[in-house]
Design a protein around this ligand. Sequence first.
Ligand SMILES: Nc1ncnc2c1ncn2[C@@H]1O[C@H](COP(=O)(O)OP(=O)(O)OP(=O)(O)O)[C@@H](O)[C@H]1O
Ligand SMILES: N[C@@H](CCO)C(=O)O
Length: 328
Amino acid sequence: MAVYTEVSEDEAGALLQALGLGELTSLRGIEGGIENTNYFATSTQGEWVLTLFERLTHAQLPFYLHLMKHLAQHGVPVPEPQAKAAGVRIKAGEDEILHTVCGKPAAVVNRLRGKSELAPGPTHCAAVGDMLARAHLAARGYERRQPNLRGLAWWNETVPVILPHLDESQAALIRAELAYQNHIAASSAYAALPRGAVHADLFRDNVMFEGTAEQPVLSGFFDFYFAGVDTWLFDLAVTLNDWAIDLPTGTTDAARTQALLNAYQAVRPLTDAERRLLPAMLRAGALRFWVSRLWDFHLPREASMLKAHDPTHFERVLRQRVAAPLLA
Ligand SMILES: Nc1ncnc2c1ncn2[C@@H]1O[C@H](COP(=O)(O)OP(=O)(O)OP(=O)(O)O)[C@@H](O)[C@H]1O
Ligand SMILES: N[C@@H](CCO)C(=O)O
């Protein structure tokens, strides 16, 4: 279970009070998720998610939390970080939506309704494409800046650390791909890509649906803690690499790909430069998660990390993205 830090009912209750969210009536650790400690907290005023950040710092967090607040306030369905009530003292390092619990940075957001769809069809993918494009456009007015901390600089730093754990063919692939991505990032076509604050981790388990199997309604998306300023195309590629991939084999699903791309483009058509670089960004998206999964798998933190995701899945996705480039 992803509870690295135990929070008592007294501590959680005191925080809800300070946020003006009523009396705590129940507190339950959330299984699933591998980055942070998460609890469902019910109060007399609603249902909330309390997150204690295990790796991110007080300095890094305002970017994510204020992005969520910005999107929520611009009609994009994301959890809204709750602010301290008037008159509550804001300590050093905190702000009105960034709190401290058990010495760790913490946030409380509203709990989204619905559940994630782990076996999506084209209708789910269309809803995701539409929402992703709207989120990109809505984030244009967001002024805080923070790079994608799992971007190229991190891949360059991390690949040498994981190389000793790879076999020869994997090592050759990862070295070649890293060189290719450094080359792409230095190109003028890449510099021309539109960019902004992006989610950068929009996997199936980070989106909620209500409604029926035939008519699903996207009720929201969450887990913004890998967000950063990056190209919109990279975000779209990360999303396609999860929603439109057949998980057992790593191959592309044509119907889901088209549904997601068409719905995205109905809101925001891709530019020519984006169309040209889509195959390269799909490779970048696969490399990013292959590297992070290898890192989590071979260099786990000491605490109770239970379930590192399977790194070989993204090795398969990367090999397919190299062998069969997707044309938009
Ligand atoms: N705002 C929310 N509304 C409803 N459920 C939520 C919300 N935030 C988190 N959850 C639930 O908590 C679980 C864990 O959250 P999350 O995926 O953000 O974990 P994490 O450890 O922070 O990140 P990661 O998935 O990157 O490991 C989710 O799968 C979801 O069920
Ligand atoms: N989406 C990531 C986990 C971190 O959110 C993965 O599947 O590797």
